[in-house]
Ligand binder design. Structure first.
Ligand code: FES
Length: 200
Protein backbone atom coordinates (compact mmCIF):
# COMPACT_ATOMS: atom_id res chain seq x y z
CA UNK A 1 0.00 0.00 0.00
CA UNK A 2 1.36 3.45 -1.01
CA UNK A 3 2.48 5.64 1.73
CA UNK A 4 0.14 8.55 2.41
CA UNK A 5 1.80 11.95 1.62
CA UNK A 6 2.24 13.99 4.65
CA UNK A 7 4.67 16.79 3.96
CA UNK A 8 3.57 19.75 1.75
CA UNK A 9 6.14 18.72 -0.88
CA UNK A 10 4.79 15.19 -1.00
CA UNK A 11 1.19 16.41 -1.22
CA UNK A 12 2.05 18.78 -4.08
CA UNK A 13 3.91 16.04 -5.92
CA UNK A 14 0.98 13.67 -5.37
CA UNK A 15 -1.55 16.16 -6.78
CA UNK A 16 0.67 16.91 -9.74
CA UNK A 17 0.86 13.20 -10.49
CA UNK A 18 -2.95 12.93 -10.25
CA UNK A 19 -3.41 15.82 -12.70
CA UNK A 20 -1.03 14.20 -15.20
CA UNK A 21 -2.82 10.86 -14.90
CA UNK A 22 -6.25 12.44 -15.33
CA UNK A 23 -5.10 14.37 -18.39
CA UNK A 24 -3.61 11.21 -19.85
CA UNK A 25 -6.91 9.39 -19.21
CA UNK A 26 -8.92 12.14 -20.93
CA UNK A 27 -6.66 12.12 -23.95
CA UNK A 28 -6.85 8.36 -24.12
CA UNK A 29 -10.65 8.47 -24.18
CA UNK A 30 -10.64 11.11 -26.92
CA UNK A 31 -8.30 8.98 -29.00
CA UNK A 32 -10.48 5.93 -28.59
CA UNK A 33 -13.59 7.85 -29.59
CA UNK A 34 -11.86 9.21 -32.69
CA UNK A 35 -10.74 5.69 -33.60
CA UNK A 36 -14.27 4.36 -33.25
CA UNK A 37 -15.21 7.01 -35.79
CA UNK A 38 -17.80 8.88 -33.77
CA UNK A 39 -21.13 8.30 -35.47
CA UNK A 40 -22.21 11.86 -35.22
CA UNK A 41 -19.00 13.68 -36.01
CA UNK A 42 -19.64 16.52 -38.47
CA UNK A 43 -17.51 15.02 -41.18
CA UNK A 44 -19.19 11.68 -40.94
CA UNK A 45 -22.62 13.23 -40.77
CA UNK A 46 -22.17 15.08 -44.06
CA UNK A 47 -20.45 12.07 -45.59
CA UNK A 48 -23.35 9.84 -44.73
CA UNK A 49 -25.82 12.45 -45.93
CA UNK A 50 -24.23 12.66 -49.36
CA UNK A 51 -24.02 8.89 -49.67
CA UNK A 52 -27.66 8.64 -48.69
CA UNK A 53 -28.61 11.20 -51.35
CA UNK A 54 -26.56 9.39 -53.94
CA UNK A 55 -28.19 6.08 -53.00
CA UNK A 56 -31.65 7.61 -53.21
CA UNK A 57 -31.02 9.09 -56.66
CA UNK A 58 -29.59 5.77 -57.86
CA UNK A 59 -32.65 3.94 -56.57
CA UNK A 60 -35.04 6.35 -58.30
CA UNK A 61 -33.06 6.04 -61.56
CA UNK A 62 -33.13 2.26 -61.29
CA UNK A 63 -36.88 2.23 -60.72
CA UNK A 64 -37.38 4.57 -63.69
CA UNK A 65 -35.28 2.28 -65.84
CA UNK A 66 -37.20 -0.80 -64.78
CA UNK A 67 -40.48 1.03 -65.35
CA UNK A 68 -39.39 1.98 -68.86
CA UNK A 69 -39.06 -1.71 -69.66
CA UNK A 70 -42.85 -1.95 -69.32
CA UNK A 71 -44.25 0.67 -71.69
CA UNK A 72 -47.69 2.05 -70.97
CA UNK A 73 -49.55 0.20 -73.66
CA UNK A 74 -53.21 -0.54 -73.61
CA UNK A 75 -53.64 -4.08 -74.78
CA UNK A 76 -56.84 -4.31 -76.75
CA UNK A 77 -58.15 -7.51 -78.20
CA UNK A 78 -57.59 -7.90 -81.94
CA UNK A 79 -60.39 -6.37 -83.99
CA UNK A 80 -60.61 -9.27 -86.44
CA UNK A 81 -61.26 -12.94 -85.98
CA UNK A 82 -61.65 -15.94 -88.20
CA UNK A 83 -64.99 -17.67 -88.07
CA UNK A 84 -64.29 -20.94 -89.85
CA UNK A 85 -65.04 -21.98 -93.44
CA UNK A 86 -68.22 -21.10 -95.31
CA UNK A 87 -69.00 -24.78 -95.67
CA UNK A 88 -69.24 -25.03 -91.86
CA UNK A 89 -72.56 -23.13 -91.98
CA UNK A 90 -75.73 -24.62 -93.37
CA UNK A 91 -77.94 -22.25 -95.37
CA UNK A 92 -80.51 -20.64 -93.07
CA UNK A 93 -78.40 -20.99 -89.92
CA UNK A 94 -77.91 -18.29 -87.30
CA UNK A 95 -74.73 -19.42 -85.55
CA UNK A 96 -74.31 -18.57 -81.88
CA UNK A 97 -70.78 -19.98 -81.84
CA UNK A 98 -69.16 -16.54 -81.44
CA UNK A 99 -71.91 -14.80 -79.50
CA UNK A 100 -70.32 -15.14 -76.05
CA UNK A 101 -66.68 -14.30 -76.71
CA UNK A 102 -67.06 -12.05 -79.78
CA UNK A 103 -70.65 -10.81 -79.44
CA UNK A 104 -71.21 -11.80 -83.04
CA UNK A 105 -73.74 -13.96 -84.85
CA UNK A 106 -72.76 -15.41 -88.21
CA UNK A 107 -75.85 -15.73 -90.38
CA UNK A 108 -76.00 -17.68 -93.61
CA UNK A 109 -78.79 -16.88 -96.07
CA UNK A 110 -79.26 -18.13 -99.66
CA UNK A 111 -77.76 -14.86 -100.95
CA UNK A 112 -74.68 -14.93 -98.65
CA UNK A 113 -73.30 -14.34 -95.14
CA UNK A 114 -73.47 -11.46 -92.71
CA UNK A 115 -72.16 -10.88 -89.19
CA UNK A 116 -74.48 -9.18 -86.70
CA UNK A 117 -73.14 -7.33 -83.67
CA UNK A 118 -74.97 -8.97 -80.74
CA UNK A 119 -75.70 -5.68 -79.04
CA UNK A 120 -79.24 -4.60 -78.27
CA UNK A 121 -79.77 -1.08 -79.60
CA UNK A 122 -81.88 -0.20 -76.58
CA UNK A 123 -79.33 -0.26 -73.75
CA UNK A 124 -76.63 -2.61 -74.97
CA UNK A 125 -77.58 -6.01 -73.51
CA UNK A 126 -76.68 -9.14 -75.44
CA UNK A 127 -79.80 -10.73 -76.94
CA UNK A 128 -80.21 -14.48 -77.59
CA UNK A 129 -81.16 -16.20 -80.78
CA UNK A 130 -84.31 -18.29 -80.47
CA UNK A 131 -84.52 -20.67 -83.42
CA UNK A 132 -87.97 -21.88 -82.34
CA UNK A 133 -89.32 -18.32 -82.57
CA UNK A 134 -87.01 -17.36 -85.43
CA UNK A 135 -85.95 -14.14 -83.74
CA UNK A 136 -83.39 -12.56 -81.44
CA UNK A 137 -84.80 -11.77 -78.03
CA UNK A 138 -83.26 -9.34 -75.54
CA UNK A 139 -83.58 -10.55 -71.94
CA UNK A 140 -83.33 -7.06 -70.46
CA UNK A 141 -86.48 -5.27 -71.59
CA UNK A 142 -87.94 -7.60 -74.16
CA UNK A 143 -86.84 -6.14 -77.48
CA UNK A 144 -87.19 -8.54 -80.40
CA UNK A 145 -85.39 -8.60 -83.77
CA UNK A 146 -85.91 -10.57 -86.96
CA UNK A 147 -83.05 -12.78 -88.19
CA UNK A 148 -81.75 -9.89 -90.31
CA UNK A 149 -81.35 -7.86 -87.10
CA UNK A 150 -84.38 -5.69 -87.82
CA UNK A 151 -86.18 -4.57 -84.63
CA UNK A 152 -89.91 -5.21 -84.47
CA UNK A 153 -90.91 -5.29 -80.78
CA UNK A 154 -89.91 -3.76 -77.45
CA UNK A 155 -88.06 -0.51 -76.80
CA UNK A 156 -85.13 -1.05 -79.23
CA UNK A 157 -85.06 2.08 -81.43
CA UNK A 158 -83.34 0.62 -84.51
CA UNK A 159 -81.93 -2.59 -86.04
CA UNK A 160 -78.74 -4.17 -84.73
CA UNK A 161 -75.49 -3.20 -86.46
CA UNK A 162 -73.32 -5.50 -88.56
CA UNK A 163 -69.58 -6.09 -88.87
CA UNK A 164 -67.68 -6.30 -92.12
CA UNK A 165 -67.31 -9.86 -93.33
CA UNK A 166 -64.81 -11.06 -95.94
CA UNK A 167 -62.78 -14.09 -96.87
CA UNK A 168 -59.29 -14.52 -95.43
CA UNK A 169 -56.39 -15.80 -97.54
CA UNK A 170 -56.91 -19.30 -96.22
CA UNK A 171 -60.56 -19.26 -97.27
CA UNK A 172 -62.05 -18.75 -93.81
CA UNK A 173 -64.65 -16.13 -92.99
CA UNK A 174 -62.97 -13.05 -91.54
CA UNK A 175 -64.96 -10.75 -89.26
CA UNK A 176 -63.62 -7.20 -88.96
CA UNK A 177 -65.12 -5.67 -85.84
CA UNK A 178 -63.48 -2.33 -86.49
CA UNK A 179 -65.74 -1.79 -89.52
CA UNK A 180 -69.31 -1.42 -88.34
CA UNK A 181 -72.32 -0.97 -90.59
CA UNK A 182 -74.52 1.30 -88.49
CA UNK A 183 -78.22 0.69 -88.99
CA UNK A 184 -80.82 3.43 -89.14
CA UNK A 185 -84.37 2.91 -87.87
CA UNK A 186 -87.18 1.78 -90.11
CA UNK A 187 -85.17 0.28 -92.98
CA UNK A 188 -84.41 -3.37 -93.67
CA UNK A 189 -80.69 -3.91 -92.83
CA UNK A 190 -80.15 -5.90 -96.03
CA UNK A 191 -81.38 -2.90 -98.01
CA UNK A 192 -79.62 -0.08 -96.15
CA UNK A 193 -76.25 -1.86 -96.06
CA UNK A 194 -76.15 -4.47 -98.85
CA UNK A 195 -72.32 -4.34 -98.67
CA UNK A 196 -72.58 -6.01 -95.28
CA UNK A 197 -73.53 -9.23 -97.10
CA UNK A 198 -70.66 -11.46 -98.24
CA UNK A 199 -71.95 -13.08 -101.44
CA UNK A 200 -70.13 -16.31 -102.22
S1 FES B 1 -81.31 -3.53 -73.50
FE1 FES B 1 -82.36 -4.83 -74.82
S2 FES B 1 -84.39 -4.32 -74.53
FE2 FES B 1 -83.35 -2.99 -73.21
Amino acid sequence: MAKKPTSPEEIQAYEERRRVEQRAEREKRLRERAQRGGLWSRRDFFGRLSWGGFGLISLVSLLAFVRSAFPRVLFVPPSTFKAGFPGDYPVGEVSEKYRSDQRTWIVREPQGFYAIFANCTHLGCTPRWSSSENKYKCPCHGSGYYRTGYNFEGPAPRPMDRFKLSLADDGQLLVDKSTVFKMQPGVDPNKQHPESILRI
